[in-house]
Design a protein around this ligand. Structure first.
Ligand code: ADP
Ligand code: ASP
Ligand code: MG
Length: 407
């Protein structure tokens, strides 16, 4: 019998009516002959609410207790789906993270899955019972509850599919698959029938939150075929798979954006070896990820500026870390700007085609959109622009690369 992992996101689980619809989909897959394990998210908005409660209780909530609270949304939906399935005559039972167990590292809030115990699941599934498992949660070797980071249920699902050696991991969400860009911003975005792991990984890491980045990393490593599809409509969705299985590769797979960006300019630093290291060391110590970096060349005096981006949510901490080292770094002042966004184009076709970057720069220039920083990888170009131009930039780039759906 083939094993299938089905994952349902927050909007798909938002309320009893939707949970019943999910139960029907699960029942159908089981009736088609699959052994089914289901991974569920908390109801839409619930995790945000729980995060808010922790902050209200104390801005310094212990990470281990924070995880106890924020993981609870998934416990509720896990139980409710098992109830709905049983009520429909489909045998089902819940298996919480600590019961399986889903073993993770002890980095609370961003834990990594180390191993999943599958004996109890396999036993239940072999007898036709649907196993319902909460996403997002795990347990440390010492028995403390952990969470995997926001959007982490995708990673739970892919990890479970790998552990069960499932044929596929189906990720049900509120859009009909992976699109050439966020369909909520560009209505003319097209659903992709297939996308490579590599492109999906790159898109997710620059903001396309349809899949959590780590879930794609894991799927690529374990070669788990992932399908993204809607829980609201029937359709083929998007298959995330290896490059060898894609016959006609498009030049550009998609455009993504990330609002969680802030720009820092360290003004007036000495232009000599060691200065950039002195700037980034305190940020590294504070575990702040630096993304785009621009250093200007000094001209008439041996003083220059260094500009870089950090996650907007980390800006205050970045400022504090740098100010504490102002004398050692030797900068004059700090400028910060939170009204910036990163827009990226991604496609494996970039490896073999020239002119991809100039198309991007020209399209933005024609609309008067100024580029504040640029970074590239082998298959991606990202630019930093003012936040007010976000939607315009995404739309313009989507058209410039010929991605618009025919009208
Ligand atoms: P879930 O709660 O099911 O995990 P998410 O909100 O995490 O759903 O992810 C789905 C959302 O991802 C969509 O509603 C869409 O707005 C957004 N999204 C961003 N980029 C893309 C893209 N390229 N293709 C599809 N959806 C995208
Ligand atoms: N409920 C968690 C979140 O909102 C995990 C998930 O839905 O993937 O981030
Ligand atoms: Mg999600």
């Amino acid at each position: 019998m083939s094993t299938l992992v089905m994952k349902f996101g927050g909007t798909s689980m938002a309320g009893i009516e939707r949970i019943r619809a999910v139960a029907q989909r699960v029942a159908r897959a089981r009736a088609e002959g699959h052994a089914v394990a289901v991974v569920v998210s908390a109801m839409a908005g619930e995790t945000d609410r729980l995060v808010g409660l922790c902050r209200e209780a104390s801005p310094l909530a212990e990470p281990a207790e924070y995880d106890v609270v924020v993981s609870s949304g998934e416990q509720v939906t896990t139980g409710l789906l098992a109830i709905a399935l049983n009520a429909m005559g489909v045998p089902a039972r819940s298996f919480l993270g600590w019961q399986l167990p889903i073993r993770t590292s002890d980095t609370h809030g961003t834990a990594r899955i180390r191993a999943i115990g599958t004996d109890a699941l396999r036993h239940a599934m072999a007898s036709g019972t649907v196993a319902v498992v909460p996403g997002f949660q795990g347990v440390t070797a010492k028995g403390r509850v952990t969470t995997l980071g926001r959007g982490g249920s995708d990673t739970s699902a892919v990890a479970l599919a790998a552990a069960l050696r499932a044929q596929r991991c189906d990720i049900y969400t509120d859009v009909e698959g992976v699109f050439t860009t966020d369909p909520r911003i560009v209505p003319r975005a097209r659903r992709l029938a297939r996308i490579t792991y590599e492109e999906m990984l790159e898109l997710a890491s620059v903001g396309a939150k349809v899949l959590q980045t780590r879930s794609v990393e894991l799927a690529m490593k374990e070669r788990v075929p992932v399908r993204v599809l809607s829980s609201f409509t029937d359709g083929p969705g998007t298959l995330v798979t290896g490059e060898d299985e894609i016959v006609e590769q498009e030049l550009i797979a998609g455009v993504a954006y990330d609002r969680n960006e802030a720009k820092v300019t360290v003004v007036g630093v000495p232009d000599r070896p060691g200065v950039v290291a002195a700037i980034f060391a305190p940020l590294a110590e504070a575990h702040i990820n630096v993304d785009m970096i621009v250093q200007n060349v000094a001209h008439d005096r041996p003083i220059t500026d260094v500009t870089f981006t950090v996650p907007r949510t980390e800006l205050a901490r970045a400022r504090t870390a740098l100010e504490a080292h102002q004398a050692a770094i030797g900068f004059e002042r700090l400028l910060t700007d939170e009204k910036v966004v990163k827009v990226s184009v991604v496609g494996v076709g970039m490896r073999s085609h020239s002119g991809v970057a100039v198309t991007m720069f020209r399209a933005l220039a024609e609309r008067g959109i100024n580029i504040q920083a640029i970074t590239t990888s082998e298959i991606r170009i990202s630019v930093l622009i003012a936040e007010e131009y976000l939607e315009l930039a995404v739309r313009v780039l989507h058209s410039a690369y010929g991605l618009d759906a025919p009208q």
